[in-house]
Write a protein that binds this ligand. Structure first.
Ligand code: FES
Length: 190
């Protein structure tokens, strides 16, 4: 075969290169090991494959279990039928991460809430919408009060009205503390 091949290459005027002395150091490709009867032994491979699939499935399910609550906690709350109440659980912050007696604002859907950790780890959550006509309140740290930039209503740290045209206190949010994290479930907007 090799002689015929050489003759044909020579006749075609193509260079003849003899590679018969070259060593071939590529790894031999092996099939499955054979047992004493000469039959392929697939038992070990099947076992490894089986446990590999089981491990992959377990990791996948664990990942889904961990990621799903995280995704759910990021879904913005929906607005209720009256158009004024925003509902839907939204984890906003761990209580231990809040400073004491200093309101911290968090987004809740399109609105904002203030989470306030009081002395003794008591927590309250208030809507940041002014109860007058819903301008966004801010916390004045120097005066230790909430202030409305629109028509100058003022409120205490716990949302009690001090002065201004607002006719009621700040609106509280409904929330729970789950595993140390504040989860807001609804707020009423003005
Ligand atoms: S909206 Fe806040 S005082 Fe009017």
């Amino acid at each position: 075969m090799r002689a015929v091949g050489y003759a044909r290459l020579f006749a075609e005027g193509r260079p003849v290169v003899d590679r018969s002395d070259e060593t071939h150091d590529r790894e031999e490709v092996r099939g499955p090991a054979k047992d004493q009867a000469g039959e392929p032994d697939l038992t070990g491979i099947d076992r490894r494959s089986f446990f590999g699939v089981v491990a992959a499935c377990s990791l996948g399910l664990t990942g889904v279990a961990l990621v799903t609550p995280a995704i759910a906690s990021l879904v913005p709350p929906a607005r209720s039928i009256d158009g004024k109440t925003k509902i839907g659980a939204l984890a906003i912050v761990a209580v231990k991460d809040l400073p004491v007696n200093k309101p911290v604002p968090f987004e809740y859907g399109d609105d904002e809430v203030f989470a306030i950790r009081q002395t003794g780890d008591k927590v309250i959550v208030l809507s940041a919408a002014c109860p007058h006509v819903a301008c966004k309140l801010h916390w004045d740290d120097a005066k230790q009060q909430f202030a409305c930039p629109c028509h100058a209503s003022f409120f205490t740290l716990t949302g009690v009205k001090l002065s201004g045209p607002a006719v009621r206190n700040m609106d509280p949010a409904v929330f729970t503390v789950r595993n140390g994290t504040i989860v807001v479930s609804s707020i009423k907007t003005a």
